[in-house]
Design a protein around this ligand. Structure first.
Ligand code: HEM
Length: 494
């Protein structure tokens, strides 16, 4: 027993010495690391429990680029003056590489190496957004009706993220695998389940890395491989079942009706018409992985954006009337079924400004984690090594008056109305969709969905927080998640 304890202690000390050598690498002109008192723990405690003040202090003492030692790893935090270098140099900094370290897609999906999600979306979804407009609205309105289901009495809801995940899942299912399949509860549950379960990977801090760097990722991969927690394996059969049903049906109908066949318009149909698809040897596992890989980026972010916006407005109901009046005006463009033309989105200036403000104040203290693919020298001469994780210091960008205008910390829903910058327009002072070559290709889709949803919601309901107070985001370390506080929704008296 004693021998094991002594051996374990020696091992820990050795590991610590090894790690320290990595922290103090003198090969490059590295960003400064603030002093810390407790070995191994480093800055973890301050970074996790007091990230706002801790990083502010670090920047004050060490300048625009500094590194911290948290969760057994050195990471570099880059302030507003240099953050554009990360977004502009896609050959050096990769968002995707940092992301798959946390959400292990390569272990979750057999065919990950064969899929390029951004290309799939750019080629088959975004240029067709306007043609999906009617279906998006119908799906959003009917599922919102189902999940909120408000009669004459006010109703209380908590966990808006959860409800919005179901609503957005239904719209995404409609556009990705078709109207027919999107009507099945089983498929909506799978789309929503995949999204919520993958988000757990982002929420759990990498505490095992305190024992040894990389142990957290190793444990996650082992967990996924063993099947103990594997959202892909859990939902694969449901996805394949519905995709197979549609593909077989479509191939048969095409065969039967020839030129008079009415081609369904959705991502699945586009994929099966791509070069290389062999109807005589269909790889359903690949088809299902191609859809799977898109679910988390499309649903988690849009549902979170919508939940945050609802809570921001419920926290400040004094602004809802002005939005209501704008939406009443826009609604004059709707047809007899209440469906808006796609172009009507351009006339929702106040709502668009609210969305931009809510996304601006998403609440992350740091954001857009990237991995350095090679050694890099910032324009101020500081250097970081290959494989270094680099975060953009979001607070530094969003609390700067020269970038955001007066009172940058306060939520001012109509801040952007006269500025002629839409919610999907990216720039140095607005980072929710990233930037550069890899800026989110789904941003127009996401903002259109949020606008269509909010249009109807504001026309139909009044809403406020149950506490009557401003409800802030949930904070886990430096990252923010939608509040789960309760809101009261009641039918608007027209
Ligand atoms: C409010 C909603 C959304 C937010 C906040 C968001 C945010 C982001 C961010 C920060 C990135 C990384 C950008 C970078 O590397 O600089 C990204 C990438 C991406 N997003 Fe979104 N996104 C949203 C909605 C969507 C939707 C609806 C889709 C799909 C329909 C989507 C698909 C993607 C894809 C495929 C990428 C990877 C792009 C690439 O690697 O080139 N996103 N998103």
């Amino acid at each position: 027993m004693y021998q094991a304890i002594i051996l374990g202690s020696i091992l820990l000390v050795l590991l610590y010495i090894l790690k320290r050598a990595r922290v103090r690498d003198t090969r490059l002109n590295m960003p400064p690391i603030p002093r810390y008192k407790i070995p191994i723990i480093g800055h973890t405690y301050s970074y996790f429990f007091n990230s706002e003040e801790f990083l502010k202090q670090c920047k004050k003492e060490h300048g625009d680029i500094f590194s911290i030692y948290a969760w057994g790893q050195v990471k570099t935090i880059v302030g507003k003056e240099y953050s554009h270098e990360i977004l502009a140099r896609e050959e050096t900094f990769s968002f995707k590489r940092a992301f798959v370290e946390r959400v292990p897609y390569a272990v979750l999906l057999k065919n990950m190496g064969l899929i390029t999600p951004a290309t799939l979306l750019k080629d088959h979804v975004f240029y067709k957004l306007s043609s999906y407009s009617e279906r998006m609205q119908k799906s959003l309105y009917s599922t919102a009706q189902k999940h909120f289901n408000i009669s004459d009495q006010p109703k209380v809801f908590d966990n808006l993220y959860h409800i919005m995940t179901k609503i957005v899942s239904s719209t995404i299912a409609n556009v990705y695998i078709g109207e027919e399949e999107s009507k099945h509860d089983e498929i909506i549950a799978a789309f929503g389940g995949i999204t919520s379960e993958l988000s757990i990977f982002l929420m759990v801090p990498p505490f095992l890395n305190l024992i040894y760097p990389g142990l957290h990722n190793y444990a996650i991969r082992t967990l996924v491989k063993s099947g103990l927690f594997n959202p892909a394996a859990k939902y694969r059969d449901v996805l394949i079942k519905h995709i197979k049903k549609q593909v077989c049906k479509r191939l048969q109908e095409k065969e039967k009706y020839g030129n008079s066949w009415k081609r369904p318009d959705d991502l699945l149909q586009d994929i099966i018409e791509r070069d290389g698809f062999n109807p005589n040897n269909i790889n359903y596992s690949l088809l299902s992985d191609q859809i799977f890989v898109l679910l988390f980026p499309s649903i988690h972010t849009t549902a979170g954006g919508c939940a945050n916006l609802l809570m921001d407005l419920a926290s400040r109901p004094q602004y809802i009337q002005e939005l209501y009046e704008e939406q009443l005006e826009v609604h004059k463009e709707a047809d007899e079924n209440g469906i808006l033309p796609f172009e009507a989105l351009n006339n929702m200036n106040k709502l668009d400004s609210c969305i931009r403000e809510s996304l601006r104040l998403t609440g992350h203290i740091v954001t857009l984690e990237h991995m350095a693919l090679k050694d890099y020298t910032f324009s101020n001469g500081l250097q970081i090594p290959k494989d270094r994780i680099v975060d953009i210091y979001a607070d530094d960008v969003y609390q700067d008056e020269s970038l955001q205008g007066p009172n940058p910390k306060s939520f001012e829903p109509f801040r952007h109305v006269d500025a002629n910058v839409s919610a999907s327009k990216i720039g140095k002072s607005y980072l929710p969709f990233g930037g550069g070559k890899h800026a989110c290709p789904g941003r127009h889709f996401a903002v259109s969905e949020i606008k269509f949803f909010m249009h109807k919601f504001i026309l139909n309901y009044n809403f406020r927080t149950e506490s009557g107070k401003i409800e802030e985001r949930i904070r886990i370390g430096p990252y923010a998640f939608p509040s789960s506080s309760r809101i009261i929704i009641e039918k608007r008296i027209k």
